[in-house]
Design a protein around this ligand. Structure first.
Ligand code: NAP
Length: 250
């Protein structure tokens, strides 16, 4: 890496143990940032992410917390504070799906998904904003989805949460802009991770057919957009939604 533009910065990535979150951790680490890697239960994968970050010469720590729990988020942010005097970058990436058509969708499936994807984003944004306001600097990047822009049959819970994340990011961008803090969202399309591997084969084939580029994206494709928003050069960009989807949302 020729330039380590995030050297001396600290980033917190929720859901950093696997998939897109891990790729975000690695991209930020490659740019020189120290990493707080949050996960929900998969300690072994989180430790793998940590080891990969440390190989890039940065400090890294793993912290287990369910982002939908305010109490566990308090612990996550306390651990983040103990790790570093500053919190420069927050990536609200943790997410889950529990798909079903609305007549079969239980209240539990609805609440689980909105809990992790929407309430979890609120919990983390609120706590990060408190620290970043004191610093008068910071970058917040929320993980939405093109499903939040376009909707998707079988995903009313997920679509509502991901559309909500965009509204949250745009509103917070306006609240924090005068303090040197940017808030943006990334909206991935169909990315090859454990989340999409769980889809039925027919649904996966239909999703790929809908991509103008003709293939799924990689976690690294999404991480590049997250890194872009985190870099010092992007300080005048806020309240934006960047689709990383091979042209799906066009
Ligand atoms: P993934 O491979 O299933 O990984 C999910 C990550 O979220 C894991 O690190 C997991 O931790 C963590 N997580 C799950 N529940 C959590 C909770 N309650 N609290 C904290 N962390 C939790 O998913 P992915 O495909 O990388 O997706 C990452 C984000 O991108 C999600 O917000 C997803 O909605 C969004 N996205 C994905 C796609 C796609 O095509 N893959 C498209 C659009 C948007 P453990 O490892 O500990 O379980």
């Amino acid at each position: 890496m020729s330039e380590r533009k995030l050297f001396g910065k600290t980033a917190l990535v929720t859901g950093g143990s696997r998939g897109i979150g891990r790729a975000c951790c690695l991209a930020l680490a490659e740019a020189g940032a120290d990493l707080v890697i949050n996960y929900a239960g998969n300690a072994a994968e989180a430790e793998n992410t940590r080891a990969l970050c440390e190989q890039m010469g940065v400090r890294a720590v793993t912290v287990k917390a369910h982002v939908e729990s305010a109490a566990e988020c308090d612990e996550l942010f306390a651990a983040t504070k103990a790790f570093s005097d500053t919190l420069d970058i927050l990536v609200c990436n943790a997410g889950i799906t529990r798909d079903d058509l609305i007549l079969r969708m239980s209240d539990e499936k609805y609440r689980e998904v909105t809990g992790v994807c929407l309430d979890g984003t609120f919990n983390c944004m609120k706590r990060a904003a408190k620290r970043m306001l004191r610093q008068r600097s910071g970058r917040i990047i929320a993980m939405s989805s093109i499903v939040g822009l376009r909707g998707n049959a079988g995903q009313v819970n997920y679509a509502a949460a991901k559309a909500g994340v965009i509204g949250m990011a745009k509103s917070l961008a306006k609240e924090l802009a005068s303090r040197g803090i940017t808030v943006n969202a990334v909206a991935p399309g169909f990315i090859d991770t454990d989340m999409t591997k769980a889809m039925p084969e027919a649904a996966e084939e239909a999703a790929i057919r809908a991509i103008p580029m003709g293939h799924a994206g990689k976690p690294e494709d999404v991480a590049a957009a997250v890194l872009f928003f985190a870099l010092p050069d992007s300080g005048y960009i806020t309240g934006q939604v960047l689709a990383v989807d091979g042209g799906m949302a066009v």
